[in-house]
Every structure is written in C-alpha cells, then in structure tokens.
Design a protein around this ligand. Structure first.
Ligand code: NAD
Length: 492
C-alpha cells in the first residue's frame, strides 16, 4: 500500500481514524499508483469546522495589513517552490511541465491580488447623508468558508478560492479532488510555513461524502465549488438549502469561430493550444471549431491535420518537451474513446485519429479531429473533457452565433478575424460569460472574475477579482448621528 494522504486540521496533519475505504492516486503518464486517499466524511469535516471556527475569532480581527503580510510571505514561498509544485502537478495530473507551470503561475496571480486586501476590503462612506448623519459601509468576513475543487487545475482552482477567502478574514476548509490531493497538501504546508495561524486553513481529503458534509454543516457560511455541472447543481442546491452562500462553477462547451480572414499562423497556434492543451481537460478548452464558409472549413481541416501529424505524446513526468500528456485516469480514457467510437455512427467523420501515436503505458488518448459534427450529436451537446476537436460547419457569422446560442453551457467563446465589425458583433451577441477576440483561451486573469453563464455557473458572484471579494465578505452599513450643538452645550 502507498502512503495515505493526510488531512490538515488546525495545525496538525492527521489521518482519519477507522476509515477503511480509500481511492488511489495515479501518475496518469504511467498508470503507477502514487498514493491513496482515505475516504473520510462527516467526522473529519466536524473536526475541521471546529478548528476553523476557533481560529476565526482572532483571524477575523487581525488587521488587514497583517493578513496581507502573511500572504506576501506565502507568495515568496510559492515562488521559491515554483518548480517543485509544477513537477508535483505533472506527476499527479499528467500535464506537460509547461502547462503545470502555467497552473502554478495563475494561482500565484490570485495571491498577488489578495495581497491587496487592505485596499480591496475598503468600504464606502458619505458624510452628512442627512442632517448630522454620516454613512459608512464596511465589508465583514463571513466565518468558515469551504472550497471543493476538480482534478484539472490542482493549484490554480484551489487558489481561486482560499487566498482571497483568507485575506478577507475568513477561515477555510479545502476539499481537493481526490484524484490530485498531493498539490493541495504542498500548497497548505507552504501557507503554514508562511506563518498562517493554526486553523485558518484546513484540508479535508475525500470524495462526495465530504462534499455533502461540508454543504450541510451548520458551522459553514459559504461554499465555493468548481467541477462538472451535475455536481455543481447538486452542491448549489444542497448548500443553499442549508442557508449557505454558494458559488458553483460547472462544465462547458466552448467554440472557436474562424472567419475566412483569420490570421493563419497565430490562429493555428491558438486552436492547438485551446483544443489540445492539458489534453483538452480545461473548462475553457475550445472543443468546437466553427469555420465560417465551406472553403474556410476545408483549409482549416488541412492545416490542423498537418500540425497534429508532428504532435508528440509523452510521459510528462519523464519528458519536458511533450506537446500533450495523458488524461487523468482509465475511466476518463474509456469515456473519451467512446465519444470517438460513436462519432461515425452518428454521421460525423474522423478527420484526424491515429491510435498508434499513444504511448502504451498510462492513460493517453490520441488527439482527434471530428468533421461534420451537427448540433443534434453528442459531440456538440456534451462536454468531452478530452483531446477531441469537433468541427461544426457554418455558412455565415449569424448562423454560427445562432447555433452556439442554443447551447446549454456558457463559459467561453472565441472569434478569429481581422474584421473589427465581425468581432464586435460576436462579442455583443454570443451568450456566454467570457469572450475572446483572437484569443484561444479567454480565461480572465486574477484581477477579473471567472464569469461563466448558463449551466456553466450556479450562483451570483463568481470566483476571482472583485466579485471574489464580494463573495467572501458581507456588507455592513453604519449610520452615525452626532449633533455639534451638544458640544456647544458643554461649553467646549
Ligand atoms: P467533478 O464534478 O467530478 O468533481 C469535482 C469535485 O466534486 C471533486 O472534489 C469531487 O470529489 C466532487 N464530487 C464528484 N462527484 C460528486 C458527487 N456525486 N457529490 C458530491 N461531490 C462530488 O469534476 P472533475 O472531473 O474533477 O473536473 C472536471 C470538471 O470540472 C469539468 O466539467 C470541467 O469543465 C469543470 N471545471 C470547471 C471550471 C469552471 O471554472 N467552470 C474550472 C475547472 C473545471
């Protein structure tokens, strides 16, 4: 048996007692088991909530500049351990080393943002809002907050949540994906090393049982969730029913719309990065390619096929130059291959699909392009979360926008063109929350909120940016009346 992955409760790393069930953690590049997660539940959540509640009393009263000082120290440690963290992600998630570095970098950018809490947390004021009456608003922390995260960004997604929540004066319980628990452990160890008081940050490993215990625990004020839409909807409903503030980001199906005048080289690089980066396991992956016009479609099919012919799939924990790594596990691999197998049956055509490209070990899936996908097909309607690019042919920009606007999801959409009017029409009419113009992955950086719409997001305030600060705080309005006549009465 491999090493069990512990929980952080208060200042102690502990293993749950009496738990017999566990899940295995793999190196997806080789299929080797590299750890296991004991599947705890309500008992571990109770212990974490107790520790976080105790810590809240003093952390919430700690002056914002002192909280920020701890985040500055954390930031420095993250930089010092940048390569180590990226290697860890590569090992447990399978991303290429470059992608893993991006994962850590995007997370550090949230810490950068949270370091500004003394400014971000300021309220508003209006003296003399009425006769002798002054109004001041403050933003107060909520209490114990919890975050539940997916496997695909082991550093960035947890860091969308806990640095800002903690900067705002809350205490936090992280439930990382049971598929990638190791990065979360290291992120927490470094935060403790930065001087965070015991109990401000806690980690409870596990699966759905821990999630449900967090969503129903009376001691938790707010839940941040990122994962698939089905689970997001469940967490949103359960958390709200139990009186919590909830933000729940879900799955996606993002379009890359190619106009006839798109720049060939820059657009090709953007398509390859968006569709096949992280082996297609990104909620902002461009998984639908919509070339406008028959000729545009033929040209781009050829260009992409040619580029993929030299794509290298490698064991990312042994090779830093791989173009693409594996998917997360064997069940993902089988699910994605089923989509590929079903596509011709539904009437689409496998334009690029070469199974001989995959290393024999690990959970690899060949980069695949499927042409002739139509809106009634599974490949259009469902999130595949793997390296499949589906080509949906359209004749006009109006038609392309109308087809995409039927979609249930609403995360991202990008247009590639040199025409400002086409770009403007697309940005104004497309019904999703994050739009790219000549940008393959229009994921906003930490300064802006991650603005999914429709079935890609349940809630009101999104993660990151100013909405993140609003989510992790609540407003108080203080009205003060002081009549200067009383001072004169006293003869002062
Ligand atoms: P997932 O929904 O399977 O798991 C996410 C979290 O929910 C994990 O911590 C897991 O333990 C927990 N969970 C799983 N099943 C559960 C259940 N039945 N009840 C309660 N909790 C449960 O997602 P995943 O496979 O880890 O990640 C991929 C998904 O995440 C994709 O759909 C992707 O689009 C989405 N995602 C979305 C965003 C975004 O910002 N919208 C970002 C990253 C990933």
């Amino acid at each position: 048996m491999t090493t069990p992955i512990p929980n952080l409760i208060g200042s102690q790393w502990v293993l749950p007692e009496g738990v017999t069930q566990h899940t295995e953690v793999f190196n997806p590049s080789t299929g080797e088991v590299i750890g296991h997660v004991p599947l705890g539940g309500a008992t571990e959540v109770d212990a974490a909530v107790d520790a976080a509640t105790q810590a809240f009393a003093s952390w919430s009263r700690t002056p914002a500049p002192k909280r920020a000082a701890c985040l500055f120290r954390y930031r420095q440690l993250l930089e010092q351990h940048f390569t180590e963290l990226a290697r860890l992600i590569t090992r447990e998630n399978g991303k290429t080393f470059a992608e893993a570095q991006g994962d850590v970098r995007r997370g550090i950018e949230v810490v950068d943002f949270a370091c500004g809490i003394s400014h971000l947390g300021k309220g508003e004021s209006l003296p003399q809002v009425a006769e002798n009456l002054d109004a001041v608003t403050t933003r107060e922390p909520l209490g114990v907050c919890a975050g539940i995260t997916p496997f695909n960004f082991p550093a960035m997604v947890p860091m969308w949540m806990f640095p800002l929540a903690i900067a705002c004066g809350n205490t936090f319980i992280l439930k990382p994906s049971e598929k990638v628990p190791l990065t979360a452990v290291r992120l927490a160890e470094l935060f403790v090393e930065a001087g965070l008081p015991a109990g401000v940050f806690n980690v409870v490993q596990g699966g759905p049982e821990v999630v449900d215990a967090l969503c129903t625990h009376p001691g938790i004020s707010a839940i941040s969730f990122v994962g698939s839409s089905a689970v997001a909807e469940h967490v949103y409903a359960l958390g709200c029913r139990h009186g919590k503030r909830v933000q729940a980001a879900g799955g996606a199906k993002n379009v890359l719309l190619i106009m006839p005048d798109a720049d060939p080289d820059a657009t090709l690089a953007a398509i390859l990065g968006s569709a096949f980066g992280c082996a297609g396991q990104r909620c902002m992956a461009g998984s639908l390619l919509m070339p406008v016009g028959e000729r545009t479609g033929d040209e781009w099919r050829e260009r992409i096929s040619e580029a993929l012919a030299t794509f290298q799939l490698e064991n990312t924990s042994a090779c830093d130059t791989a173009d693409m790594g594996p998917v997360i596990d064997a069940s993902s691999q089988a699910r994605i291959r089923q989509f590929i197998q079903d596509a011709p049956v539904a009437g689409a055509e496998l334009a690029v699909h070469d199974t001989t490209r995959c290393p024999t070990q690990g959970f690899f899936v060949e980069p695949t392009v499927v042409d002739g996908v139509t809106p009634d097909m599974d490949l259009f309607q469902h999130e595949v979360f793997g390296p499949i690019l589906s080509v949906v042919r359209t004749q006009t920009l109006d038609e392309a926008i109308a087809v995409m606007n039927q979609h249930a999801y609403g995360n991202g959409a990008s247009i590639f063109t040199k025409n400002g009017a086409a770009a403007r029409q697309f940005a104004r009419e497309i019904q999703c929350g994050m739009v790219g113009v000549n940008v393959g992955v229009p994921a906003p950086m930490a300064l802006f909120s991650f603005s999914g719409w429709n079935r890609s997001f349940f809630g009101d305030l999104h993660v990151q940016g100013t909405e993140g600060v609003l989510f992790y705080t609540r407003q108080k309005v203080v009205l003060s009346r002081w009549d200067s006549a009383t001072v004169r009465t006293l003869g002062w």
